[in-house]
Design a binder for this molecule. Structure first.
Ligand code: AMP
Length: 225
């Protein structure tokens, strides 16, 4: 079965880390809008220039542009065992766009997973988060250290703090997320695909919770995992 999941939750809830584990453990492909945008900005593409002012200030890129970019990206990729979307959709407008895209292909979503986390934990995770400038892999100064200080285990690239993880921008991102989350969750609740997952603790614990849920729903059958 080809599993289609979206990961919802505020910045720092662990969406990117969980997407990486889903890729490693269950073979699900992942697409992260944040990472996609950061890549385009780094490569100074036309899209990168269009989104840079939003990303660096922590504001959301306009829905129309995000949906267009994601539809193009999703049409191109082979889904294989399944796909997990990290950081998309962020608004009801984007959720509608994704819905229309999936309906047209008769490939509905299995679940919208909301990672629940207390705000103090979000702030602590974001302030210690470091990312590989080359491959985008996440680390944490206290809880997820690299083997060699300052360097990525996977590709040896330098680890940096994201500009938008600085305290001032974090406050703005959390505020925007709070405003957008409620209607978005309601959108998925009404479609009976909303699941809340406790996002506290380490990634191993969070993944175990998710695996239990996927097993319970029978979505890991035939996946060979
Ligand atoms: P993230 O890596 O998911 O925290 O995203 C980093 C930044 O990219 C966000 O603060 C936004 O500026 C932009 N971004 C990522 N995903 C979206 C989205 N679905 N809609 C609008 N903007 C987004």
């Amino acid at each position: 079965m080809s599993l289609r999941l979206v990961l919802l939750g505020p910045p720092g809830a662990g969406k990117g880390t969980l997407a990486a584990v889903l890729n490693k453990e269950l073979g699900l492909g992942s697409v992260s809008t944040g990472e996609l945008f950061r890549n385009e900005i780094r490569r100074r593409t036309t899209l990168g220039r269009q989104v840079t002012r939003y990303v660096s200030s922590g504001r959301l890129v306009p829905d129309e542009l995000v949906v267009k970019v994601m539809a193009r990206r999703l049409s191109r990729r082979r889904v294989g065992r399944g796909v997990v979307l990290d950081g998309f959709p962020r608004t009801v407008g984007q959720a509608r766009g994704l819905d229309a895209f999936l309906k047209a292909r008769a490939t509905p979503l299995h679940a919208a997973l909301y990672l629940d986390c207390p705000i103090a934990l979000l702030i602590s995770r974001l302030s210690g988060r470091r990312v590989c400038q080359r491959c985008g892999r996440n680390y944490h100064t206290r809880t997820m250290r690299p083997k060699r200080a300052g360097l990525c285990d996977a590709c040896g690239g330098p680890l940096i703090m994201r500009k938008d993880d600085q305290a001032k921008t974090v406050a703005k991102r959390l505020e925007i997320d709070r405003a957008k989350a409620k209607p978005l969750l309601e959108f998925y609740r009404q479609r009976h695909v909303l699941y809340r997952l406790d996002g506290r603790g380490g990634i191993v614990q969070v993944f175990q919770r998710l695996r239990r849920l996927l097993n319970h729903e029978g979505w890991l059958k035939n996946s060979g995992r």
